[in-house]
Ligand binder design. Sequence first.
Ligand code: HAM
Length: 416
Amino acid sequence: MTQKYTKVRGMHDILPLEISKWQFVERVLTDTAKFYGYKEIRTPLVESRSLFERSIGSDTDIISKEIYAFKDRKGRDIALRPEGTASVVRAFIESGMSVEKKVFRFYYYGPMFRYDRPQKGRYRQFYQFGVELIGSNHPFFDGEVVAMLHTIAEKLKLNGYKFLVNTLGCSNCKTKYSDIIKDYFSGRKNNLCNDCIKRIINSPLRILDCKNPGCKQSISNAPLIGNILCNDCLYHFQKFQEYLKVNNVPYKVDPYLVRGLDYYTRTVFELYVEGDENAIAAGGRYDNLINQLGGPDIPAVGFAIGMERLISLVEYNTPSEPLIYFACIGEEAKIKGTKIINELRKEGITAETDYKEESLRSHLKTANRAGANWCIIIGEDEIKREEFIFKDMLSGKQITIPFNNYIKRIKELLKC
Ligand code: HAM
């Protein structure tokens, strides 16, 4: 028996029936990014494994459990990108752009890979649309990227969405808070899950993100970062919120919001719709990452949208594409028909036929199955009279059109 192939676990196909919805959403995202002044950047799907370890953090789930990594033929450690920020920063430094003192806005789109546990909204290959704004630590830029996500949510008519926002503080505040959280949970190990017990040593802040009911109980009384923030961090967080208020962005401060990637400092945020526990998009500020990856000391902020999650929430009716089907009966008609079909295609009109069909009846059946709006019929008689029949498939009405000047006539009939 021949082997039946199926998708690799965690992967998914995007079939022709769904593609126009994807293309619609992609257009909204790229148009919005352009209106906000972003330029597209495309980076490879593979990078050095160490780029992700250094940026996302070796103790994070993404690196310790989910990275797709392998050695290439020369023994180099390679990884499929689990996210886009590290690659954009790498390209930014490597290309020399980082020497220019200005604000850069990049957007990117493509597949990411994480060996996650597959379930609704969680895949091992998934698409992200992301933006990175590099070159300023002004809190209004944090507001601007969130406002851009808000514009996208409005344009796509998402229902009941809101942003959760928080600050992790600058690297000093973050370290101080991390130590406080470490002390707090060290005395409450009995209530924590095994993963969180391990996190106490290397990534205590990640405990705040745990969904385990026992951990959640302890988290609800954990010390708040707001009490230890330095004045600059407090000011930054206030100004960021001022921007959101002025621009009517629906948000709520979640004082325990942390992110699963180590590079964040200060602002972090996630976009949710009511009743869904998966974030549709998430991001934040990463003021030290460019420097950490060998570049100059340049601050940055950005986000990424999970496309599968976003698309599952968008309502979209696929518009039917106008189609002309050709029923060519006989060899001569087939030759004449192919010429007309190709002329119409050059004019931007969608036309197709099935060369195998011989009778008018079977042609009409095929035209119906293809969802054709019109059928052009050419048989021996039509060849003799140098004209073809143009049939409206819905009303059944038909007219004849001479072989000369048919493009103009068809365009009139199709109103294009
Ligand atoms: P992230 O939170 O890891 O952030 O991912 C962003 C979004 O990607 C998530 O909110 C979610 O919608 C989607 N996503 C993540 N994992 C999966 C998965 N396994 N299946 C389907 N969708 C998924 C980042 O990736 C950061 N690079 C965002 C960023 C950009 N921060 C600053 N700039």
